[in-house]
Design a protein around this ligand. Structure first.
Ligand code: IPE
Ligand code: IPE
Ligand code: MG
Length: 297
């Protein structure tokens, strides 16, 4: 049987889902699943039980997301900082993750799991990739841009989350998707993650819908500003080149040179991205092969 229970929503849930779907729905939702240990304490069960129920809750939440036509879900399952917890807790979490995620990922194609992750680490590695690209001559320093950095992140294949939800009442991001959430609706809910309900999710979506016009406007303005910056950057590079060779062409000639320069830059960036993608694919293939004996459930 599927771990993500196939059961349909009940009548009240279905009614609420269809009302929500009249409004704009988030396509990508990110969760900081927090509060497992407090839940264990509250229910007087072992800490590991709290984590285990947290994983069960994820399966349930994915089912709700499927029913709400949410196409992509990203979860913060374990941060690099979490390695500082006791060895016993870390080992227990690793074992739980091995069992549960193997099963979840077999069934799902819309789940991204951030494990042993922090956003600063991700951004630093993206900057390193770009620096390497320049060092190897694939990129010019002037090719580095906000969008190129975005492409170098692990999330480059996905749109940014529309909605980010953190449970347990903590109002911080704890180094999660710092780059990707600049135009996301951030919702902090007091409920502990293992107690998360369909109604909590609906409430968060409602908050997203209320804020949707402002978020959309800010996003579009930002995209336009990025495009403008890129045109200006290309123009500045061409003018600098002309200045160096002491050339002063007419306006039409300059426009042509700028277009030519843009095409060449796009080609450099595309080659660089292709190489990065191949490198990452190889890394993942090697990782899967080397961990295959451990991943069997
Ligand atoms: C989130 O719950 C799960 C992980 C960080 C792995 P916590 O373990 O942080 O539980 P609280 O926040 O201390 O209650
Ligand atoms: C953040 O939760 C990481 C996950 C939910 C996996 P933490 O509970 O570890 O974060 P802090 O330490 O309270 O910021
Ligand atoms: Mg916590």
């Amino acid at each position: 049987m599927s771990w993500i229970q196939e059961a349909e929503l009940n009548l009240r849930e279905r009614l609420c889902a269809s009302i929500l779907k009249v409004g704009p729905m988030p396509e990508h939702v990110a969760f900081i699943m927090d509060g497992n240990r407090r839940y264990a304490q509250k229910c007087r069960v072992e800490r590991e039980q709290g984590h285990s129920r947290g994983f069960e809750k994820l399966a349930e939440t994915l089912r709700w997301c499927l029913n709400l036509n949410i196409r992509e879900v990203t979860v913060y399952a374990f941060s690099i900082e979490n390695f500082k917890r006791s060895k016993e807790e870390v080992d227990g979490l690793m074992e739980l993750a091995r069992q549960k995620f193997t099963r979840l990922l077999e069934e799902q194609c819309f789940l991204n799991v951030c494990f042993a992750y922090t956003s600063r680490h991700e951004i630093t590695s993206a900057v390193r990739e770009m620096a390497l690209g320049v060092e190897e001559g694939l990129l010019k320093p002037s090719d580095l841009s906000e969008s190129l950095l975005g492409w170098c992140l692990y999330s480059s294949g996905s749109p940014d989350p529309d909605l980010l939800i953190r449970t347990s009442g903590e109002v911080r991001l704890s180094d999660f998707l710092l780059w990707q959430t600049s135009h996301s609706c951030l919702v902090f809910q007091p409920v502990l993650w293992p107690e998360y309900s369909f109604w909590n999710l609906c409430q968060a979506i409602l908050q997203y819908q209320v804020n949707h016009p402002a978020l959309q406007k800010a996003k579009l303005l930002h995209e336009a500003a990025c495009r403008h910056q890129q045109v200006e950057a290309d123009r500045a590079c061409v003018l600098e080149q002309l200045g160096t060779v002491g050339e002063t062409g007419g306006t039409e000639c300059k426009q042509e040179l700028i277009l030519k320069y843009s095409r060449e830059r796009e080609e450099r960036v595309s080659n660089f991205r292709q190489r990065l993608e191949n490198k990452r694919r190889k890394f993942l293939t090697d990782l899967v092969q080397s961990s295959a004996p451990f991943l069997r459930v």
